[in-house]
Design a protein around this ligand. Structure first.
Ligand code: MRU
Length: 363
């Protein structure tokens, strides 16, 4: 997508070929800064500290992290250490394991001197595939928004609600939940996005709003608690969210608060769709509530808030009375029964084992 009119991905090989460069998402929306990753530790830190985040981008960064690691030590022990180090960075998004296992499976068959180059090539492939998957999701999801527009008076806006950031910043490019939105906007459909701020880390307010603004997509940021009210008053035509891990039976794990939006959508007859590229589907799991590991993050993300002061400086402030404890589960699971459909790169299916198997018979 464009940043200040310039096509930009979320990570890329540096011009000198010696490093991976990323956008430091912890600085957005107040500063656009890039960071060079040159080692396994750099890549692990970038994922753990959420300089990069979002399930597909976590996977892509991990693939590049294996390349960085294998440049220093491509032995079996080096590969095992790098795989384990990167896998331990964040527990919920299955794309991380998917990317690491894929690179390891290929490079471990090769002689040690050939491994780093092969990992680099595979990281490039994974990034390009991610963009192609998102284009597939755009093509599959666009008709949903076209159908809503067709039911409305000409020019009436199509209101999409989204949670967290499942936009291009969460992927290599285009995004998952945002892919149909960008496609609709580019096709001239008057799409408008309700952006959940997504406390505690505010991925909606800080990231989704920033990228929609950059692409001139009309949007409005709302407090997380406003979605149900808007649905009751007919202000939401469709909800589209991303996923960090979807089970083979269609249970969807996504950013904390997604479940509440699904409940409200269900109660109000608002369709609730999940943009789910196949690398975010965990074919080994059948019960999302019991089997998906939910990341518990630092209480400080709840107790403090970072933002821009009137003089332009960025500062962190405390919100709570000193001494009040806080809890911070980072994801929740929306049961399949609340999901209208999964938008995958191969089309839309029901959030059921049968629906998923119909599109992905090879799993
Ligand atoms: O904690 P984050 O910011 O990595 O969580 C991201 C989300 O929950 C996204 O909605 C999800 O990864 C889907 S991204 C295409």
């Amino acid at each position: 997508m464009n940043v200040a009119g310039r096509p930009t991905r979320t990570l890329w090989l540096s011009a000198d070929g010696g490093a991976v460069e990323i956008i430091d998402q912890t600085r957005l929306p107040h500063a656009f800064a890039t960071v060079r990753l040159t080692s396994l530790d750099d890549a692990a830190h970038a994922i753990r500290a959420m300089l990069v985040r979002g399930a597909p981008l976590i996977g892509a960064t991990a693939a590049w992290g294996l390349w960085l690691a294998l440049r220093a030590d491509a032995t079996d022990a080096g590969l095992a250490h790098a795989h384990a180090t990167l896998l331990a960075t964040r527990p919920t998004a299955v794309n991380l394991r998917w990317a690491l296992d894929r690179v390891r499976a290929e490079v471990q068959l090769l002689p040690v001197p050939a491994r780093a180059d092969a990992a680099r090539q595979l990281a490039v492939t994974i990034c390009n595939e991610d963009v192609a998957l998102n284009r597939g999701i755009a093509a599959a999801g666009l008709p949903l928004l076209q159908a809503i527009a067709a039911r409305k008076p000409p020019g009436a806006r199509v209101n999409v609600l989204t949670h967290c950031n499942a936009g291009w910043l969460a992927t290599v490019d285009i995004g998952t939940a945002t892919a149909p939105i960008y496609a609709a906007h580019d096709a001239g459909i008057p799409v408008h996005v309700w952006v959940d701020e997504t406390r505690p880390r505010n991925q909606g307010a800080s990231l989704t709003a920033w990228e929609l603004l950059n692409h001139s997509v009309p949007h409005t940021v709302i407090a997380d608690n406003a979605g149900g009210h808007l649905m009751q008053h007919g202000q939401v035509d469709i909800v589209i969210v991303g996923t960090d891990r979807t089970t083979a039976t269609g249970d969807v794990c996504n950013k904390i608060g997604t479940y509440l939006k699904a409940l409200a959508a269900h109660d109000n007859g608002v369709p609730f769709y999940v943009a789910a590229p196949s690398p975010s589907i965990d074919w080994t799991l059948r019960d999302g509530l019991r089997e998906i590991p939910i990341e518990e993050r630092a209480a400080r993300e709840v107790t403090h808030l970072t933002g821009r002061l009137g003089d332009g400086t960025v500062a962190t402030i405390a919100l709570l009375p000193e001494g009040s404890p806080a809890a911070n589960p980072a994801f929740d699971v929306t049961p399949a029964r609340l999901v209208t459909g999964l938008i995958t790169e191969r089309g839309i299916c029901s959030a059921t084992a049968t629906g998923l198997r119909g599109l992905f018979p090879e799993f």
